[in-house]
Design a protein around this ligand. Structure first.
Ligand code: AMP
Ligand code: MG
Length: 411
């Protein structure tokens, strides 16, 4: 039997990040940067005021404070976005707004609250004179050119998953088209004569197809593109048609659910083997069937189990790391967290992924199973916020013992 770790290693060894492309900044959230972002400009790109106030020359103001206000002649009014046309001479000031370019001659800004013009309202024009009521030091309230970012400085690293603040940074740097890794495109195929779509009432013997929708959601959470192929009936030709259709879209990955066990109507194996290759690995894991991994017409392929919880867990254990690697993320495998068991847990000695609710009590993460762990019981997964990972070889864990868990943050 193959350990989960070995199976993951074999899988990851057969994937490499997709090549880079560019995407409009508006669509870049969640994408992975394919290159370092190096600033081509300096920021701020000009000396500017960090407050609404008055641009001044400190040499005029050596003695100024609240008791000895110095009065200056206001010679200009500089709103944000404008270019001052005058330079400050001795005894002169300019009204200036936040973000406005500093006039030449000025070496500090006094905020409006520290002047006798403190109660300016929107639309008010600049006064003829202003009294400075505070001590003023050189460079006060000036954002210096280049003080945040220098030309040539590395700002964002390749491999970063773009967050809202990164999007803002790219805009600030003037990068409308962002170099990112291609988003993996994933074709999803379900199979089984018993499946009906969610909007069709159930008849005897039928069940709603839940994997189609759940697997699509799992793919979307990873910011990958879903190509929904539908449900194949349990006939060789039907399965073949859907696999051919999937291949025509040239996806980066095909995943199917169900139809890969030893049932009399399980044709996925035959179809994939006829146009590619398929390995069935006996993985030391629960829930889990043999893991079906191979290629259909050179497109990597995972055959997930049909039971929804098995499908979900196998996706997280094997498909998600592959997709993360394809996306160019730096870490393909999920992080684990240590949690403390509230109750005893029995296992059959295989590496087990158990549905649990983790709560925080007195600073400790305490785990309780969410009930019946049958591989078709999606309800106990819905009630869980974590999967406990009981290692291979462990058959029982007493209450109070610590085990690794995956916290299902986005799930
Ligand atoms: P199979 O691998 O085809 O034997 O399916 C195993 C179990 O998973 C059966 O009980 C199926 O009815 C169930 N199953 C298969 N596909 C789906 C699906 N798309 N949604 C929900 N259950 C499914
Ligand atoms: Mg089936």
């Amino acid at each position: 039997m193959l350990s989960v770790k070995k199976a993951q290693e074999r899988i990851l060894a057969s994937f490499k990040p997709l090549e880079g492309t560019t995407i409009a900044i508006e669509a870049a959230l969640g994408c992975i940067l394919s290159q370092d972002i190096i600033s081509e400009i300096e920021l701020p790109s000009f000396d500017n005021s960090s407050v609404d106030g008055f641009a001044v020359r400190t040499e005029d103001l050596h003695l100024s404070d609240a008791n000895n206000p110095v009065s200056l002649l206001v010679t200009a009014d500089i709103p944000a976005g404008s270019v001052p046309t005058v330079s400050l001479g001795a005894g002169q000031a300019a009204r200036i707004m936040t973000g406005a370019l500093l006039p030449t001659g000025a070496d500090a800004v006094v905020m409006v609250e520290d002047t006798d013009f403190a109660h300016q309202t929107a639309g008010s024009s600049a006064p003829d004179h202003v009294k400075i009521l505070a001590k003023v030091k050189k460079n006060d309230y000036i954002r210096k050119r280049g003080s945040d970012i220098l030309t040539g400085q590395k700002i964002l690293p390749a491999g970063l998953k773009l967050r809202p603040q990164d999007i803002g940074m790219l805009a600030m740097l003037g990068v409308p088209n962002v170099p990112v890794n291609k988003r993996p495109r994933v074709a999803i195929i379900s199979s089984g004569d018993e499946l009906v779509p969610v909007n069709v009432p159930l008849k005897p013997g039928k069940i709603h197809d839940s994997n189609t929708y759940m697997l699509a959601a799992l793919v979307e959470i990873l910011d990958c593109e879903v190509l929904q192929m539908g449900v194949a009936a349990d006939r060789y030709e039907d399965v073949e048609i859907l696999f051919d259709r999937a291949a025509n879209f040239e996806p980066d990955l095909i995943i199917s659910s169900a139809g890969v066990s030893v049932g009399a109507h399980d044709f996925i194996k035959d179809v994939v083997e006829a146009s590619g290759s398929l390995n069935f690995w006996k993985v030391d894991m629960r829930p889990g069937k043999p893991l079906a991994f191979g290629a259909f017409q050179d497109i990597p392929f995972f055959g997930l189990p049909g039971n929804p919880v098995s499908s979900f867990v196998n996706f997280l254990v094997f498909v998600e790391p592959a997709l993360r690697l394809l996306k160019g993320e730096k870490t393909a495998l999920r992080q684990t967290t240590l949690v403390t068991l509230k109750e005893p847990i029995e296992s059959d000695g295989r590496e087990s992924y158990l549905r649990a609710q983790v709560t925080h009590e007195n600073g400790r993460a305490i785990a309780t199973l969410t009930g019946h762990q049958g591989s078709g019981n999606l309800f106990s997964l819905v009630q869980a916020n974590a999967l406990l990972i009981i290692p291979s070889g462990v058959k029982s864990c007493p209450p109070g013992s610590e085990v690794d868990a995956w916290i299902l943050e986005n799930h």
